[in-house]
Design a protein around this ligand. Structure first.
Ligand code: ZN
Length: 413
């Protein structure tokens, strides 16, 4: 696609059942019903890790060409975690839909000698009162998989990242020795999917080549009359309850969009778990993985310290250059997001979202990354990316983040 056309597109874009069996007096009829019921439960639990909502009649079917390495389903996460030997796996929350939210840890946690919470430490004029980060402690890097369940590319990336940490290879068999070496020098926390309820409700395992309306429909959901909530009105009703036809994968089963939770009193256990990891781990750098229809991009958080915005912008430039070198989709230099002030005039247009909260609870250099989802539209007649590109885009982001954490580290001691 020619650069001017791409710029135009980008410019437009920037705006249990407790069964006490022995107490049941089961007649033959009841026995049959009971067995049938158990079969249904088993089928339900077998299916629990897969995409579940049926695709509406008239909407395109799931792609049949999704390669084996494109591991975007909840069952792919379960399978990967079952094979982990070097890392430690924890369930950090249970979703309203009863699904586990996993975190995987690599590298021993250093003692950061915390004696105050972050904002109090800053008020005491030294963040080291919250976390003493010295050359003898490892950088801490926090990867947060999709909070928006339809943005499956982050799951693909993080399942492959775990595989790299375990074996040095991604699921194509491609070696990532340098990335593996960097992982081994850091404390790593990976949440492969922060919103399993949302992912479970997404019927597509990739949106490659599909119209972007499918992401809007199943991602942000519909009203009872079938009309799509769309962006930004998908955030106008929160929790998303009431006038809901399809509850979008944006939300957990309680209708909470983790990205825009109430951070001083979180509504979702998933949000609480993410914030608690940041609070106790003091990550140097944190990414919240998302996807959109335009080329891959880091989004600088709105309400964070200026030096963090500056650092995020530096990383954005480095990553974009790397994508150019690797001949992957990238953003034209003059459209990179230069740091800007928070709302200067009424009415406010920028929000204090998850990544801002993560910064203010831990000092972390937090940002959103938007991968490309491969969708098409009238504006984008052909996908920017292939399945291979998506995996490379994700793994190169992680490599650049680790590089930045190791080489550009801020020491607090
Ligand atoms: Zn998103």
């Amino acid at each position: 696609m020619e650069m001017n056309k791409l710029k135009k597109i980008l410019l437009r874009r920037y705006w249990p059942i407790n069964l006490k069996i022995d107490r049941l007096k089961i007649t033959n009829l009841k026995k049959t019903a009971f067995i049938f019921y158990i079969i249904l439960i088993c089928l339900g639990s077998i299916n629990k890790s897969y995409s579940q909502v049926p695709i509406d009649v008239g909407d395109p079917p799931n792609n049949t060409d999704i390669p084996g390495y494109f591991k975007s389903r909840l069952i792919d996460i379960e399978n990967e975690l079952a094979e982990i030997k070097k890392g430690i796996v924890e369930i950090v929350a249970t979703s309203p839909g009863g699904l586990p939210v996993y975190a995987v840890y690599y590298g021993e946690k250093d003692n950061l000698h915390s004696q105050a919470n972050y904002n109090s430490a800053v008020a005491a004029k030294n963040p080291a009162f919250y976390a003493k980060k010295s050359s003898s402690t490892k950088p801490v890097v926090f990867f947060i998989g999709p909070v928006h369940g339809q943005e499956v590319e982050g799951i693909v990336g993080l399942v492959n990242l775990i595989h790299v940490a375990e074996t040095g290879l991604d699921y194509r068999g491609k070696g990532w020795n340098s990335l593996k070496g960097k992982l081994e020098k850091c404390r790593i926390i990976i949440i492969p999917c922060a919103n399993p309820d949302g992912r479970k409700r997404c019927p597509y395992d990739s949106f490659m080549g599909l119209h972007e309306n499918m992401v809007t429909k199943y991602g942000q959901g519909t009203r009872k009359d079938g009309s799509m909530w769309g962006w930004p009105l998908a955030k106008s009703n929160h929790p998303m309850k009431g006038d809901v036809g399809i509850l979008g994968s944006y939300y957990n089963d309680d209708g909470i969009n983790i990205m825009q939770d109430e951070f001083f009193n979180p509504m979702a256990k998933e949000t609480k778990a993410i914030l608690e990891i940041a609070r106790t781990e003091a990550p140097d750098i944190t990414v919240s993985l998302h996807s959109h229809e335009t080329p891959p991009a880091i989004y600088n958080p709105e309400y964070t310290a200026w030096f963090i915005k500056d650092r995020v912008f530096n990383l954005e430039k480095r990553l974009n250059s790397r994508y150019k070198i690797e001949k992957l989709s990238y953003t034209p230099d003059d459209l990179l997001q230069v740091p800007k002030k928070e709302d200067e005039k009424f009415p406010p247009q920028t929000s204090f979202n998850l990544v801002c909260a993560l910064h203010h609870i831990s000092g972390t250099m937090a940002f959103v990354f938007e991968c490309n989802d491969g969708t098409i539209s009238d504006r984008i007649p052909k996908s920017f990316v292939t399945y291979e590109n998506i995996l490379d885009i994700e793994l190169i982001l992680y490599d650049e983040m680790l590089d930045y954490a190791l080489k550009e580290r801020l020491l607090w001691d």
